[in-house]
Design a protein around this ligand. Sequence first.
Ligand SMILES: C[S@@+](CC[C@H](N)C(=O)[O-])C[C@H]1O[C@@H](n2cnc3c(N)ncnc32)[C@H](O)[C@@H]1O
Length: 182
Amino acid sequence: MYQRIEPVIKWTGSKHRVAPILADLLPSAPRYFEPFVGSGAMLPFRPSKTAVAGDIIPELVQLWQLIRDEPAQVIKAYQQRWQRLQNEGHTIYYDIRRDFNSSRNPFDFLFLTRTCVNGLIRFNKNGDFNNSFHLTRPGIAPHRLDKLIQQWSVAIQQIDFVVSDYRQTLKEVKAGDARHAR
Ligand SMILES: C[S@@+](CC[C@H](N)C(=O)[O-])C[C@H]1O[C@@H](n2cnc3c(N)ncnc32)[C@H](O)[C@@H]1O
């Protein structure tokens, strides 16, 4: 399964550029395990349709589930936040960041990944997202993100996204499965 798709969740340091090369090293297998899913660079290149993708950030896992199951809701939520940004300016980024840190809304999380400085997903020691707004970038336009969300939604239909420490995710790996590590 080889499919190059531009990232939907922005995450500096992801493996999106090298994913096709890494994918060549994976054996073919009935099931693929990704224990550190992050922005999911390897997912479109996984060797099997059926897969398990885990991460310890619950709102990230929820966002992946929403992209898979409710893509129209995801784009609507981004469009609303992006429009506020255009109308009211960058201070709304900080309102959304504050909301995210109190409610952990996955739609807020997507907006922050697309508009924070250099796509650096950064949490302080209290677990609060603390990167700033990328002043010189307006955030991806909703019509472009819409296309990406739809492509990703189709590509991840048979992936089970789980909130899980990597050690737990890897315990489920059976003989013959393929797995990836960060
Ligand atoms: C650099 S990102 C993963 C990159 C991903 N492979 C990609 O290229 O898009 C690292 C991810 O590992 C997750 N992570 C860190 N510690 C973890 C743990 N103990 N168990 C599961 N996930 C963890 C983080 O939340 C983050 O989403």
